[in-house]
Structure formats: structure tokens, C-alpha cells
Design a protein around this ligand. Structure first.
Ligand code: SAH
Length: 367
């Protein structure tokens, strides 16, 4: 029996909620600031280490509260240094988090849902049925757990192994915006995890009505999973397109608060052999992006068991990239990372969820 099970988890609470939880114990507001520092700057997992607090107060905290991370059901490391954690939450559901080390930075790919409702044809996660949204605690917990594993407490000012966050793991973050936003506000707080909004990128398949809020409330970088230049094809690859077609999506991008030539919107384009990778499509992409401060990210398709597509040839990818680049856009080809441990884009999947190819898009209520 886990006696801590019924205790309230303080990880995932914002500043106001943390102060409210402590006020229940009769603690003064400055105690909340001290605790914030221990939780999010020092990474404490136990009240006993919080030496700036009186021992009696620490004991009262421990009676009522816990500082819980998601449990790690499995941890894997790729030969290229990419690490993947399979997390198991209190209710038995699972999701994955991936850390991708590079020369000058380290990116954490964070999940926002268990499974996904979008059923994009080329995505492994899309073959699972959505079980549920992750809570703010479970989203922030992924970042804290990575910091634990990387040994990065207290939050270092420089030379970090974890510098960037991409909301590109399992799930559609704009279908779980409130929890994603609460988690990112904690992550961005300069007195804690202190990862700036400029180092955070939210990737969406195109939930148009939520894009403006993402810009105005969070101000993070935006990435759009575009993948096709005609509605006809995008309807098939990204079924959400039937609801929010390309023209509406691009209009929302044009209006994205805070985008500029210095802060461009990333357009992700998965390279599918013979499906979306012709020079004609590259030129059409350039035409569509006109007037948007954009960069293009070409993603070689990552295969998974039973996938209905193949990756484009190197020559097709190079030709596509050249056309986009010649039009003035940066168009790097993303090197697949962690393919050997199924940690690359679109390969994430958790065993707790049954496989199913859904026939239609089941869309949660939008706020
Ligand atoms: N739902 C959000 C977040 C997921 S991000 C979104 O759609 O943007 C995951 C990124 O990986 C998306 O750009 C997705 O389109 C891409 N992707 C999915 N499956 C892939 C695969 N098999 N190979 C390469 N990229 C893939």
C-alpha cells in the first residue's frame, strides 16, 4: 500500500494555487515562495531537505502533501544519445518523453495527451485511441523527471543539457490547452525551471480556433504540422484538415501574435515517398507561405510496424529542400534521432493503449 497515494501533489501547482494550498495550513504567503524555490529551482522531492523551513513545518507539509514525479516504467537510450522514458501515471496510463542531445542544446520532447484523437495517417501515435488529457502536473512532471535524470538541479543558468522544450510528443497540445498552458507557465517562471518562451515550441496539427490563444497567453514558438499543400491530400494525411482547411490554417498563422522574421513559424513537412514530395508540391508550398514569417522543417518519414507509407528518397528530399531554400526559406532536413528505440517523430506509442485505426475524428469540446 502506498500511504502517500491520497496526499495532494504540489508539483504542477502554479504560484497562486501553491499559496492557496499552504494557506490551508495557515502558512504565510512568503512560505509559498520558499517552497516554489525548493520545488522548481532545487528539484526537491522530499520536504525533509528544505532546510530553510522549520522542521515542524516540514513535517506538517509531509503529512498533507507529496512532491511526486510520474513513475518511469521503462528507460531506453539510443546509440545516438537520445533517451526515452515511458512514464506510468497513477491511474496506470502511459506516455513517453524523449530527450535529444545536440552539440549546442538539448531538447525535451514532451507529451500532452495519452494517445491522440487525430488519426494522422502516417503517425504511430495516431493508431491509438485517446485515453485522456495529461494534467498540468503530469506535463510539468516530464520536465522535472528529465532534470532528475540529467542531474540538472538546481536549475543551472548556463551549459544546460536541457535547454529547449518541444510540445511534439504524444497528443495534440491545443486540444489540452489549459493544462499545457498551466504547465508551461510553471516551466517558464524565471525563479524555477526557467526555460524561456523563446526556447519552447508548441506543435499543432492545426486546431485553428486555439492558435491565437497560444500566441497571446503563452507567446511560445509555433510549429504547424502541414505535410501537404492541397486540401485533397491533407484531408487524407491529417483528417483534422476537413474541419480546418489549409486556407483557414494559414490565415491563423498570418495573425499569430509575436511572429516576426526573427521569430518564424515552423512548418513541418513529413517526406512521404511518391505522396507529397514532388518539385511541383515544393513550389506550391513556397506560394502558400508567401507573407508568413516561416521556416520549413523537412522530416524524413520514420517508419513503424504496419505503416502505409515509405520515406522519400534522399534525392527527392534534397530537390524539395533546394526549391524551398531558393525561395528564401530555411529548409533543413531533420536528422532522425533515436529511431532504434522508436523515439523519433511519430513513433511514440504506449503499450497501455489498444491499437485502433479510428474511422473519424473525435474532437473534444473546445473551450
Ligand atoms: N499533434 C501535434 C503534436 C505532435 S508533433 C502535431 O500534429 O503537430 C509530432 C510531429 O511528428 C508532427 O509534425 C507529426 O506530423 C510528425 N510525425 C508524425 N508521425 C511521423 C512519422 N512517422 N515520421 C515523421 N514525422 C512524423
Amino acid at each position: 500500500m502506498d500511504i502517500d497515494r491520497d496526499k495532494k501533489n504540489l508539483v504542477g501547482l502554479g504560484r497562486v494555487e501553491l499559496a492557496a494550498a499552504l494557506a490551508e495550513l495557515g502558512a504565510e504567503p512568503f512560505r509559498a515562495r520558499q517552497l516554489w524555490h525548493w520545488i522548481y529551482h532545487r528539484g526537491a522531492t522530499d520536504f525533509a531537505v528544505m532546510t530553510s523551513l522549520a522542521k515542524a513545518f516540514r513535517e506538517r507539509l509531509a503529512e498533507r502533501f507529496v512532491l511526486r514525479r510520474p513513475a518511469v516504467a521503462a528507460a531506453q537510450e539510443s546509440h545516438d544519445g537520445t533517451r526515452k522514458w515511458l512514464l506510468r501515471f497513477a491511474d496506470g496510463n502511459e506516455a513517453e518523453t524523449v530527450h535529444i542531445p545536440e552539440e549546442d542544446r538539448g531538447t525535451l520532447c514532451v507529451s500532452s495527451q495519452v494517445g491522440c484523437t487525430l488519426t494522422c495517417r502516417f503517425c504511430h501515435t495516431g493508431t491509438q485511441r485517446l485515453v485522456r488529457n495529461l494534467s498540468a502536473a503530469e506535463i510539468v512532471g516530464q520536465v522535472m523527471l528529465a532534470r532528475d535524470a540529467l542531474g540538472e538541479w538546481p536549475s543551472p543558468k548556463e551549459d544546460r543539457l536541457l535547454t529547449n522544450i518541444v510540445l511534439m510528443g504524444m497528443g495534440e497540445p491545443l486540444y489540452n490547452f489549459d493544462n499545457v498552458a498551466a504547465a508551461m507557465k510553471i516551466v517558464m517562471d524565471p525563479e524555477g525551471l526557467a526555460i524561456s518562451r523563446r526556447k519552447i515550441t508548441l506543435s499543432t496539427a492545426g486546431v485553428v480556433p486555439m492558435i491565437a490563444r497560444c500566441g497571446s497567453e503563452l507567446g511560445v514558438n509555433l510549429a504547424i504540422s502541414l505535410h501537404a499543400v492541397s486540401d485533397e491530400l491533407r484531408d487524407v494525411l491529417v483528417p483534422l484538415n476537413r474541419k480546418y482547411p489549409i486556407a483557414e490554417l494559414l490565415a491563423a498563422c498570418r495573425a499569430y501574435p509575436g511572429s516576426s522574421n526573427a521569430r518564424r513559424i515552423t512548418f513541418e513537412y513529413v517526406m512521404l515517398r511518391g505522396v507529397n514530395d514532388s518539385p511541383i508540391e515544393a513550389r506550391e508550398l513556397v506560394r502558400l507561405l508567401k507573407g508568413i514569417p516561416a521556416k520549413v522543417n523537412l522530416i524524413p518519414f520514420n517508419p513503424w510496424p504496419g505503416a502505409p507509407y515509405e520515406c522519400s528518397t534522399d534525392a527527392a528530399i534534397a530537390a524539395f529542400s533546394d526549391i524551398v531554400f531558393a525561395a528564401g526559406y530555411s529548409a533543413p532536413v531533420r536528422t532522425p534521432r533515436g529511431r532504434d528505440i522508436l523515439a523519433a517523430c511519430g513513433q511514440l506509442k504506449s503499450a497501455s493503449v489498444k491499437t485502433r485505426r479510428a474511422e473519424r475524428v473525435v474532437e473534444p469540446e473546445l473551450a
